[in-house]
Design a protein around this ligand. Structure first.
Ligand SMILES: Nc1ncnc2c1ncn2[C@@H]1O[C@H](COP(=O)(O)OP(=O)(O)OP(=O)(O)O)[C@@H](O)[C@H]1O
Ligand SMILES: [Mg+2]
Length: 307
């Protein structure tokens, strides 16, 4: 698969001396949805702003479709759409005019059909003549998305696209993002809703304190770092884990009716059959068994704490 964006050895030290990005290296493949996760202040917006030419990097290189953004700023900027984290849409302008004007800013010829289709896709068509300042927060965010799509970018950045958007609308937006992917747009999004990344992303990057600590295919990430928990509903409650079983990673719930075994789901030999044989030797019986895979949220917390 070809690379649409390549970030090489990127550093950003802000004027006050704070280093927000530390030697970032990142390649984004054409057509993927990449979710960038990280706690507040990790550097997500700084990285996106550097790629979009809003923040000047201290050192390093950024290539969009193999063009250096410094040498070919106008061209590369036209290939990019940005929905910023901070909304700046308190305007008297109607929705249609704002979105249409935005297309012109990128030197694109007017295209009413295109603007109409994105407004319909984002369910803003009924609001096309409304002044933006009269819209709700979630609608304003969708206007920002429409603006970012107005010039038909190949690479779309969504910085916290669903912050302040209600649950139902979030699901709608997930579908819209997937539709954009189907249309061939490459998408990089940041989010604090891990379920959003779990639902949408092909690949996940985790950034912490200005450093990318992992980039991995979502499924592989969940296999690699995921732990599984096997829980047995015991026939007789226990006060403590029996002595002969202390070599296993076992825990009891509060009333001693459930015993859980946590194991590494990526290992071929997870020890389950051996454990169950030992339980039977120890005379421990159970009436039900369930397993649970750790969520992306648990993996994320584990990764950020370890770095
Ligand atoms: N203009 C600036 N001048 C100085 N420091 C800045 C500036 N902008 C951001 N920072 C600092 O850089 C760090 C990264 O900020 P950034 O906005 O990139 O984080 P983020 O990952 O987007 O966080 P959030 O999840 O809260 O949006 C923070 O410590 C922030 O205080
Ligand atoms: Mg941010």
């Amino acid at each position: 698969m070809s690379t649409i964006l390549s970030v090489k050895n990127l550093n950003k030290i802000y004027a006050g001396g704070f280093q927000a990005l530390k030697n970032i290296n990142l390649d984004i493949r054409k057509g993927e949805i990449f979710a960038l996760l990280g706690p507040n202040g990790a550097g997500k917006t700084t990285l996106i702003s550097a790629i979009c030419g809003i923040v000047n990097p201290t050192s390093g290189q950024i290539l969009v479709n193999d063009h250096d953004i410094n040498e070919n700023f106008r061209l590369t900027r036209t290939l990019i759409g940005l929905v910023p984290q901070e909304l700046s849409v308190e305007t008297f302008e109607p929705v249609w005019d704002t979105v249409n004007f935005s297309r012109g800013l990128f030197g694109m010829a007017p295209n009413r059909k295109h603007i109409e289709s994105i407004l319909k896709k984002l369910t803003l068509w009924d609001k096309r003549n409304n002044r933006i300042m009269t819209l709700s927060g979630g609608m304003k965010r969708r206007v920002m998305i429409a603006k970012a799509l107005s010039h038909e970018p190949q690479l779309l950045f969504l910085d916290e696209p669903t912050a302040g958007v209600d649950v139902e609308l979030r699901k709608d937006m997930w579908n819209q993002v997937k539709e954009l992917k189907d249309m061939g747009v490459t998408i990089i999004l940041t989010t604090h809703y891990i379920d959003e990344a779990e639902e949408m992303a092909d690949r996940i990057g985790v950034i912490n304190k200005g450093e990318i600590i992992v980039t991995e295919n979502k499924r592989k990430l969940m296999q690699k770092f995921g732990r599984k928990k096997l829980t047995l509903d015991l026939n007789e409650p226990f006060n403590a884990i029996p002595d002969q079983l202390t070599r296993w990673d076992l825990s009891l719930n509060d009333d001693g009716t459930q015993m859980s075994y946590t194991y590494d789901s990526s290992k071929e030999d997870n020890g389950i059959s051996e454990l169950l044989a030992e339980l039977s030797l120890a005379g421990i019986s159970y009436k039900d068994v369930h397993t649970k895979q750790s969520s992306l949220e648990e993996i994320f917390i584990q990764l950020v704490h370890a770095s």
